[in-house]
Design a protein around this ligand. Structure first.
Ligand SMILES: *Cc1c(COP(=O)(O)O)cnc(C)c1O
Length: 371
């Protein structure tokens, strides 16, 4: 076992200003939904260029809200990539619909457009594409496919806030875009998430959904009395707190600096690894990569993983193809469904990638990887 300090694959950075913002919220009149929720939503909209933001208590809740707003329900199919976190596909199951797994391209591990097209049926209601590792998908191709078949397009951009495609920011490339503010992501609220959209109706549906399906129509309140509210559909309590949103606003102000730092760490890896094993080297010219993860492909992954962990380097694997999890196997999904995702899963390893790393950390990772 190495005596070197543990280097995690990702972690949050909290400054005194972040802590002060949280303290200010705690001292205010609002703990749960208050003015900071709207401020955070507006800040993310200003940052991404999206018109409406609905902040919730996790990225998973935001995915669920997106599926709900698009009326995904029993009998519907939603196409998702096999190479993602389980929450992407789980959000489809929450609505009683069927996730259909598309394979990914071997070089980028982004959803493969031909596989998406091959999986479209009369039941397909939506596509959720994941900007894996922070690299935006081919959104033009996805959009034209979605338009041609009249299906909705959702971006699971939990890895990609701050990314861009053809100079368009992640957040406006799909009908609904979902972000996560879990501490390993770019900015954090502890737990937290947001769905952004340009569509007012989708936004209002998601807003009701995060609070029990209750609508508070100002008109009706005027007519019926200020106490009046109506539960018009079955929603959840997915509300995020003012305390969390105070942290979100404070963190978002640093995102551009942090993205620059992530690019710098990626560039160190790119130059020092000196091979094409890095997934992010297979990057289209027209994208801005947000570098949530730095994923490389190695031959003897399990041995490399063990060795790097023994060197106190917090490597990880993103991801086990979702349908290989026992729960999905019980649902009847079979091994062999997405060969590229399964092959990649045997080889990939996520190296440490976060804002607090310096060049010496990268050297340490690279020498452990290469030894
Ligand atoms: C983190 C993540 C989620 C879920 O976000 P939570 O905030 O942890 O619920 C969903 N999809 C992807 C691709 C993620 O990385």
């Amino acid at each position: 076992m190495s005596n070197a300090p543990f280097l995690p694959y990702g972690r949050q950075i909290l400054g005194d200003d972040d802590i002060q913002a949280v303290v200010d919220a705690l001292k205010s009149d609002w703990l749960t939904t208050g003015p900071r929720v709207g401020l955070f939503e507006k800040a993310v909209c200003d940052y991404t260029g999206a018109k409406h933001g609905v902040a919730v208590n996790s990225g998973t809740a935001a995915l669920h809200a997106a599926m709900y707003a698009l009326n995904v329900s029993k009998g519907d199919e939603v196409i998702v990539p096999a190479m993602t976190f389980a929450a992407t596909a789980n959000s489809v199951l929450y609505c009683g619909a069927t996730p259909v797994f598309a394979d990914v391209s071997l070089d980028t591990l982004l959803i493969d457009i031909e596989s998406v097209e091959a999986n479209i049926t009369a039941k397909t209601k939506a596509i959720i594409a994941v900007d894996y590792a922070g690299q935006p998908c081919d959104w033009d191709a996805l959009q034209s496919l979605a338009n041609r078949h009249n299906i909705a397009l959702v971006a699971d951009a939990c890895h990609a806030i701050g990314g861009a495609y053809n100079d368009t920011s992640v957040g406006t490339l799909a009908d609904i875009t979902v972000f996560s503010f879990h501490p390993v992501k770019h900015i954090t609220t502890g737990e937290g998430g947001m769905a952004v959209t340009d569509d007012e109706l989708l936004a209002s549906k998601m807003r009701a959904f995060r609070s029990h399906g209750i609508t508070t129509d100002a008109h009706q309140r005027e007519k019926e009395g200020a106490w009046f509210y109506e539960m018009t559909d079955l929603g959840f309590n997915y509300r995020i707190t003012d305390v969390q949103c105070a942290l979100g606003v404070s963190q978002l102000a640093k995102l551009d600096d942090w993205l620059a730092k992530r690019s710098e760490v990626a560039a160190w890896y790119d130059s020092k690894l000196n091979s094409s094993c890095a997934i992010s080297l297979h990057k289209a010219e027209n994208v801005r990569h947000a570098y949530h993860l730095y994923v490389v492909r190695v031959d003897d992954r399990d041995a490399v993983f063990q060795k790097m962990r023994a060197d106190n380097i917090g490597v990880n694997v993103h991801y086990i193809p979702v349908y290989l999890h026992p729960y999905y196997q019980k649902l009847g999904y079979k091994k062999g469904l997405c060969p590229n995702a399964e092959k990649a899963y045997e080889q990939i390893i996520s190296l440490p990638m976060w804002v607090g790393m310096d060049e010496a950390d990268v050297d340490r990772v690279v020498s452990s990887l290469s030894a």
